[in-house]
Design a protein around this ligand. Structure first.
Ligand code: ADP
Ligand code: MG
Length: 634
């Protein structure tokens, strides 16, 4: 007795349908994709009861010929693909020829369609995949498909449906993505008789975003565009101040198809590293265009995932589009200054550094440098080994101001200048960062806008007048960022102080050993430690701008960073530098002299810093018009 039988066709169809049609949202997605593929300029989607009882999709696209109407509902029937070769470069959203068959298998359908060239259209009625009626019909150009009673014949599936409200919002989310994917199509979504979305279809991404995501999101976006011969990325990303608490507003479209992609998400977030605090995420609407043959869309039944021939190419595209846009916001003040006819400012060290190393951002001509494979791997594959590439910052040091203006430090110290050869017996040449620093010092000074420091409020905020605005700068955050950048870029020159009485810091035995083993690294930071029993170290030197009382804390952060990866790895180093920058920065609440305030303001107003290493903004602007509005002058 044979035990293996071929399934009856309609059971096979039901099984296949289950892959494509999981809930009302999947039906809406497939029908909207068909409308888009049909070249429609206007699409209306209407649902009732979360789409469980009623779904209608109407378009003004190419329509279906009467002779093809029945065939469209057969499995593997499509007008979009002819042969295996066609699979290599799919330019339509649909290609599997499965959707109409799958939807029809599990619902009651009415189709009305007319091609623009035809005098009359055709109407088709189906139930559970069976054609009940086909007849000529007078109908407008384009296609309307009505799907009723989804899963009425598959009770097992019906049981898994959520509430109408939940299904309705899943539909709304699908409509939203389809509508965002095509700003050139006017899309209306009606839910239980009420219009939820209506996009203008004027081909403008910003007006499309505004109508779908609302004013707040749209206002928090800035342009991000980049392209080279392999990939083009354009659209919008979040201004750092408008970050979100989750990733639900990250939208990626590849050749017009909305996709989920960890790769693209990482590329975006990598660009925001050290700009956003932990737990905050950028939003984006990014349109990525690549050669059709460079992407495989045939990897997922619902076509929501794709494979790229080169992950790195698209990663680079998104990363550089976003980091370029972020970089531009940082130098916006410079740009304004430039526009006043003062001539092109001299190249800043940061742009010079980038141009030389090619590490960050768009290159001249709108193209961009591709990451090295190892850079890419470390950026994408392992969050913890992402490499930080902020520009070198030669102008960091506020030291010249210190003797007169810095808060007085009441401690017995002898200053050691590391920039002179032979500090603590270590030849200056042996310090690995020397070369970079020398290079940095010869860089031209950054041009600075013409602003006026008004003073300091609350011992925290520097108040600056610049053009038609008043700026508030958080002096601690700004200083912290400068310090951090200097550490990261290797431009940091520790001003070490020798402590007359060594500070004894207690650690676990392993940590004490770790510190002693990494003497050279500690040296670059301005610390020197000696063994002091099993579980303590004696600290002989500390950087001049760290309070003695913070020594143990900073060393314990260094231990944590070293323990994480060792000195060579950037993730641990990031944290070490953040801790040092934070403790070395001028404290909020501590009065500063005017030249110290001015020195900081120069850095911020020239666009060198915009966010502290924890992602908090360093400055914000209140325009005259905002002030005038507040006083009801306008
Ligand atoms: P696919 O989209 O993968 O080709 P479908 O089952 O979704 O498969 O659709 C089958 C065919 O029906 C399509 O290839 C297309 O020719 C036709 N069709 C479906 N919907 C529409 C529509 N709204 N307008 C014009 N033609 C359509
Ligand atoms: Mg389709």
């Amino acid at each position: 007795m044979p035990k293996i039988f071929k399934l009856e066709q309609h059971v096979a169809d039901l099984i296949a349908a289950g892959e494509v049609v999981q809930r009302p949202a999947s039906v809406v997605k497939e029908l909207m994709e068909n409308s888009i593929d049909a070249g429609a300029g206007i699409v209306t989607v209407e649902i009732a009861s979360g789409g469980m009882t009623y779904i209608r999709v109407t378009d003004n696209g190419s329509g279906i010929a009467a002779e093809d109407a029945k065939t469209a509902f057969l499995r593997h029937a499509t007008s979009k693909l002819r042969d295996a070769q066609g699979l290599e470069a799919i330019g339509t959203l649909g290609f599997r020829g499965e959707a109409l068959a799958a939807i029809a298998a599990v619902s009651r359908i009415v189709l009305q369609t007319r091609q623009p060239c035809a005098d009359e259209g055709v109407a088709l009625t189906l139930e559970a995949g069976e054609v009940l009626d086909i007849s000529p019909a007078g109908c407008p150009e384009g296609t309307t498909i009505i799907v009723r009673d989804l899963f009425y014949n598959t009770p097992a599936r019906l049981k898994f449906m959520k509430s109408d409200r939940a299904e309705g919002s899943a539909v709304a989310s699908v409509v939203l993505k389809c509508a965002l994917s095509r700003p050139d199509i006017s899309i209306r979504f009606i839910k239980d008789g009420k219009t939820e979305y209506h996009t203008p279809g004027d081909s403008r991404a910003d007006s499309c975003i505004y109508s779908l995501l609302g004013r707040d999101i749209e206002a928090g976006f800035m342009h991000a565009d980049i392209s080279d011969e392999t990939v083009s990325v354009s659209g919008f990303i979040t201004k750092p101040a408008a970050s979100r608490g989750n990733r639900s507003y990250q939208f990626f479209f590849v050749n017009g198809r909305s996709i989920r992609s960890l790769l693209l998400q990482s590329a975006l977030e990598q660009a925001y590293k050290n700009t956003l605090p932990a737990g905050r995420f950028p939003a984006c609407v990014l349109y990525i265009t690549i050669k059709l043959s460079s992407v495989d869309v045939n990897v997922h039944p619902a076509k929501t995932e794709v494979k790229f021939t080169s992950d790195k190419q698209v990663f680079d595209g998104v990363y550089y589009a976003a980091s370029g846009a972020l970089e531009r916001t940082r130098s916006i003040v410079n740009a304004e200054y430039d526009m006043q006819g003062t001539g092109a400012p001299e190249k800043t060290q940061s742009t010079k550094h980038r141009a030389q190393t090619g590490k960050i951002g768009p290159a001249a001509g709108g193209g961009f440098r591709s990451m090295q494979s190892d850079e890419f791997r470390s950026a994408y594959i392992s969050e913890s080994s992402k490499e930080y590439k902020e520009p070198a910052n030669p102008l960091f040091s506020l030291q010249p101001d210190r003797p007169d203006n810095a808060p007085h430090r009441d401690r017995s110290v002898i200053s050691l200048d590391y920039s002179k050869a032979g500090s603590r017996g270590m030849p200056r040449e042996a310090l690995p960062r020397e070369a970079k620093w020398a290079d940095a010092q010869s860089a031209p000074l950054q041009s600075t806008p013409d602003f006026r420091v008004i003073g300091e409020a609350l011992n925290v905020y520097i108040i600056v007048e610049y053009q038609d605005s008043v700026w508030f700068i958080d002096k601690h955050a700004a200083h912290e960022r400068l310090h951090f950048d200097a550490l990261m870029s290797g431009a940091y020159e520790p001003m070490s102080e020798s402590l007359i009485m060594p500070v004894i810091c207690r650690f676990k035995h392993e940590d004490a050993t770790l510190l002693l083993e990494n003497e050279a690294f500690l040296d670059t930071l301005g610390f020197s430690v000696e063994s002091f029993g099993e579980d303590a170290v004696a600290v002989r030197h500390i950087p001049a701008d760290i309070d003695i009382g913070d020594t143990e804390y900073v060393l314990s952060e260094i231990c944590a960073g070293l323990g994480q990866n060792g000195t060579a790895e950037p993730a641990g180093r990031d944290n070490i530098y953040k801790a040092i920058a934070c403790k070395a920065a001028i404290k909020a609440g501590h009065a500063s002299g005017i030249s110290e305030l001015e020195a900081l303001a120069v850095k911020v107003m020239s666009g060198e810093v915009s966010h502290c290493p924890h992602g908090r903004p360093v400055a914000f602007e209140i325009s005259k018009s905002t002030l005038d509005k507040g006083f009801k002058r306008i």
